[in-house]
Design a binder for this molecule. Structure first.
Ligand SMILES: [Zn+2]
Length: 280
């Protein structure tokens, strides 16, 4: 009799315990679900088209600036007809135009190529004594090696730059020429000294060589929002670096005839190098 009562009590407690456990697990899944989703959405490097499409001469904008802002708040790229260098900072899309000046871009303007993400700082540090852009790349490479060469990174570099050499390019008319050809004649260069501003940079891992430029790609905008462009060289004493590591990558493919008919099996690595560094 006593045993039977104890047995019933035991079963009742077991059922209660199981219900409580189920409730705790279920509510924690519920609580984590949406926030995990949100974190994943923010942790994506979104890419519009392939850099290789751009180097072939596909300057046809495929998504409007308004849509790009839904994919990130920080990034780099270019505009329809290759109308200047794109830099996105704190959710604002800027153009560094062919004359080196900066303007805020209208939501309707379309974009043929870009990389953006929602910038969440994973690591912040200071680096000093940067003599040129390759020294900066080396220092950042060392940092990246600690957390993984095969991940994506967006970087924000803030400070006063002793020297800053940027380029932009003249807007193009159809039929579009390949980018390497355009840059031979229509590239514009600007040199600044002691200029305060932000460099936004993207790091692509080696396996991205058919989709983008491997390694670092930097764009610059001055604090006074007057000057900027694609960074060719720079130097600085002390700069603040914020690093955002991304575990997801997504692409938006353009839907136009030019893109659809490219032979993307052709190796363009030499052209990509020329386009990125401004060197032959
Ligand atoms: Zn660029």
């Amino acid at each position: 009799m006593i045993n039977s009562i104890n047995g019933k009590r035991f079963r009742a407690y077991t059922v209660l315990f199981a219900m409580a456990l189920f409730f705790i697990i279920f509510s924690s899944i519920n609580a984590q679900g949406p926030s995990d989703n949100n974190a994943a959405q923010r942790d994506v490097i979104n890419q519009v088209s392939l850099l290789q499409g751009l180097t072939f001469g596909d300057y046809n904008g495929s998504i409007p600036a308004a849509r790009l802002k839904e994919l990130g708040d920080t990034g780099i790229g270019t505009f329809d007809a290759l109308n200047g260098e794109l830099i996105m900072l704190e959710g604002i899309v800027y153009r560094a135009a062919f004359d080196g000046t900066i303007e805020v871009v209208a939501d309707e303007e379309t974009i043929p190529f870009s990389n953006v993400t929602f910038f969440d700082i994973d690591e912040k540090f200071q680096i000093s004594g940067i003599d040129n852009v390759n020294a900066l790349k080396d220092m950042l490479d060392k940092k990246v090696s600690q957390t993984g060469d095969n991940r994506f990174y967006m970087v924000k570099i803030e400070g006063v730059f002793n020297t800053m050499q940027v380029r932009s390019e003249l807007p193009q008319t159809k039929p579009y020429k390949p980018l390497a050809v355009v840059l031979e004649t229509d590239q514009t260069f600007f040199d600044y000294e002691n200029i305060a501003g932000t460099v936004v940079g993207l790091y692509c891992p080696a396996y991205m060589s058919d989709l983008n430029a491997v390694g670092w790609h930097f764009h610059f905008i001055s604090d006074d929002r007057q000057s900027g462009g694609h960074v060719l060289n720079l130097s600085a004493e002390d700069i603040d670096v914020s690093l955002d590591r991304s575990d997801y990558f997504a692409m938006v493919l353009p839907d136009n005839e030019m893109f659809n008919n490219f032979d993307l099996t052709i190796d363009q690595s030499e052209d990509i190098k020329k386009v990125e560094t401004g060197e032959d």
